[in-house]
Write a protein that binds this ligand. Structure first.
Ligand code: ZN
Ligand code: FE
Length: 259
């Protein structure tokens, strides 16, 4: 049985390796775009479904996430929500969001979680009724965002908030980085059967030009080295120098930056 009032999520490629996401509530006819990687592509996807854009929900200020804000706002007169911390860096922002804020799309709740690390103001959006997370550039499948403005401790804390969500949470990440991330993960997490299985699956999907996303928290907890720095195989690769969880996490991030 399909619920005709269920939220509809539409994901599509933008730019070289970003994804755009539209969230549509049929009951209220409200539609949100998570970030605005490419205004022309997002407009085209809206028009193809006859959806009117009412909300833009920005995760952070980078151009591949907020670059389409002004063009879309001009066309649709939508409201732009984003991190309070980054209000000055996000074009056209109307509503400043903080940890624990709840906004609504029709009758559906969207919760804000602050996840600094990739940028100092980064936020993610969690839909508790659907158990869906829009993770921006905080978490990728088998990876996490680069630390442009934050410390390893901040990022580890941010990922901890995501790890505390229900394991069956569906996670939409903003980039298709999975294959490269798996290749790195295999180099430090040897003989992980779940990772090997996912590698085959991801290669197959990408060879057919299909997305590897969304992912789930339960899969990421088994294959993403950034969520499991204490796994014995990873700890062994990193050696005795890094005995604390946070030090291991920081070392994994450093190695990925050089990979
Ligand atoms: Zn970014
Ligand atoms: Fe990005």
């Amino acid at each position: 049985m399909t619920d005709k009032n269920a939220l509809q999520i539409h994901m599509f490629p933008c730019l070289s390796d970003n994804y755009g996401f539209l969230v549509h509530d049929p009951a209220s006819r409200q539609t949100a775009s998570i970030d605005t990687p490419d205004a022309d592509v997002i407009s085209r996807e809206l028009e193809a479904r006859n959806w009117q854009l009412t909300h833009i929900l920005n995760t952070h200020h980078h151009f591949d996430h907020a670059g389409g804000n002004l063009q879309l706002k001009e066309h649709y007169a939508c409201r732009i929500y984003g991190p309070a911390h980054d209000a000055e860096r996000i074009p056209g922002m109307d509503i400043r969001l903080k940890e624990g804020d709840i906004l609504t799309l029709g009758a559906h709740e969207i919760r804000v979680m602050e996840t600094p690390g990739h940028t100092s103001g980064h936020i993610v959006y969690y839909l508790p009724q659907q158990r869906i997370l829009f993770a921006g550039d905080t978490l990728f499948s088998v990876g996490c965002g680069r630390l442009f403005e934050g410390t390893p401790a901040q990022m580890w804390d941010s990922l901890g908030k995501i790890m505390a969500l229900p394991e069956d949470t569906t996670i939409y990440c903003a980039h298709e980085y999975t294959l490269n991330n798996i290749e790195f993960a295999r180099s430090i997490d040897r003989n992980n059967k779940d990772l090997e299985r996912y590698y085959q699956e991801a290669r197959q999907l990408r060879s057919e030009n299909r997305p590897t996303l969304p992912t789930t928290l339960s899969l990421e907890l088994r294959v993403n080295p950034f969520l499991r720095p204490d796994a014995p195989a990873i700890a062994e690769t990193l050696g005795a120098g890094d005995s604390e969880t946070l030090a291991r996490f920081a070392e994994i991030r450093r190695r990925k930056d050089r990979f």
